[in-house]
Design a protein around this ligand. Structure first.
Ligand SMILES: NC(=O)c1ccc[n+]([C@@H]2O[C@H](COP(=O)([O-])OP(=O)(O)OC[C@H]3O[C@@H](n4cnc5c(N)ncnc54)[C@H](OP(=O)(O)O)[C@@H]3O)[C@@H](O)[C@H]2O)c1
Length: 329
């Protein structure tokens, strides 16, 4: 697979998001299936894996660490700290807590060093400089190799970057979530920070994998997300029809259209789709080889954007943890 730069690393242009192997979109897959996704991803050329201390309350770091152990030297392993209690989404950006979580992440992953460690959310009770200062101490101590931030706006990124170079900023980006286009992408370009696009296939929606909310299983947090509810969802479904036709015109699948659209937007962008199915993993990896014409890109931009998508990204409690500039109030 083509590679892209993330801080000091060359990584596959598409990474693998591992969150849904432990929780989020209904019951997680079996251990056997999760292993097939992770090991299949290695065979498909993925070298960039994304987990977090909070995913499955430690389950995800353990899973990823165990299954990918034989491949440790070939991959770039990213995890996150600062959000530690799952559903309650407790944020704690104090230096002590971040350092403690890092030790716990290292133990669960079974590694001596984490390549990229993100602050999962900025805890606004703690100045960003202090939280990033703690991560800089972890770099000095040899426990992490580089620092990332998640769900922060451009102003916060600049403050953090002044304390220690930030390798990557991770936030939601897909045709149906354009917030990074307000200011964050420009700031990343200017500062030389890689942009990691999470939920790049719109939490399954634009891939055609979430067209019936009635089928969402227990624990699926899309059940509370405004875009998947009521009239907003019905309106978004109309976009999906036209998006399906566009993917046919582009000669790829819907998920591939989302991912290739991101890859064509800028070389600083690395999408990290998540899946619990080996088949979807292969399909998504195949997007790295999809060429899109500027005409198709313009048609995607015109069809799915902040004016045409109905509903906010998150329910209010989750939205409150985010620092990004927002189109949708
Ligand atoms: N920093 C943060 O706060 C944050 C927040 C969210 C996510 N993330 C990271 O980003 C990664 C990806 O985000 P995400 O999982 O939320 O969203 P996503 O990748 O946009 O969507 C995942 C959903 O799409 C479905 N899907 C994936 N590929 C598909 C395909 N080819 N065809 C049909 N359906 C497909 C999956 O279902 P199947 O399992 O059936 O394939 C799953 O339900 C996560 O794993 C995590 O590492 C970070």
């Amino acid at each position: 697979m083509e590679t892209r730069r993330v801080g000091p690393f060359e990584v596959s242009a598409i990474g693998l998001g591992c969150m849904s192997l432990s929780h989020s979109y209904g019951p997680p897959p079996s251990r056997e299936q999760a292993e097939r996704v992770l090991l299949g991803a290695i065979n498909a050329g993925h070298t960039f894996f994304d987990t977090a201390a909070v995913y499955g309350l430690g389950h995800n770091e353990r899973l990823v660490g165990e299954v990918l152990k034989p491949h440790r030297d070939q991959i770039v392993l990213a995890s996150k700290c600062g959000m530690t209690r799952g559903e309650e989404r407790e944020l704690n950006g104090s230096p002590e807590r971040l350092k403690q979580t890092c030790d716990e992440s290292l133990a669960r992953l079974g590694v001596d060093v984490i390549d990229l460690y993100y602050l999962h959310r900025w805890d606004k009770r703690v100045p960003i400089e202090e939280s990033v200062g703690a991560l800089a101490d972890l770099v000095k101590a040899g426990k992490i190799r580089s620092i990332g931030l998640s769900e922060v706006g451009a102003v916060t990124l600049r403050k953090a970057h002044a304390v220690h170079p930030i390798a990557a900023l991770q936030t939601e980006y897909s045709p149906w979530t354009r917030n990074p286009e307000i200011a964050v992408l420009d700031a990343c370009r200017e500062l030389g920070v890689a942009f990691i696009a999470f939920s790049p296939v719109a939490r399954g929606f634009l891939a055609g994998g979430a067209s019936d909310p009635e089928k969402f299983g227990p624990g699926d947090f899309r059940k509370g997300m405004p875009r998947f509810l009521g009239d907003a969802f019905a309106s978004n479904l109309k976009l999906l029809e036209a998006f399906t036709a566009l993917a046919q015109e582009a000669g790829c699948t819907r998920a591939q259209l989302c991912l290739a659209w991101l890859l064509h937007k800028d070389l600083i962008i690395v999408p990290i789709p998540g899946t619990s199915r080996p088949k979807h993993m292969s399909e998504n990896a195949g997007a790295a080889a999809v060429n899109l014409s500027s005409e198709i890109i313009a048609k995607v931009d015109e069809l799915v954007n902040e004016r045409t998508v109905a509903g906010g990204r998150y329910p209010p409690a989750m939205q409150a943890t985010v620092d990004t500039e927002d189109w949708v109030a």
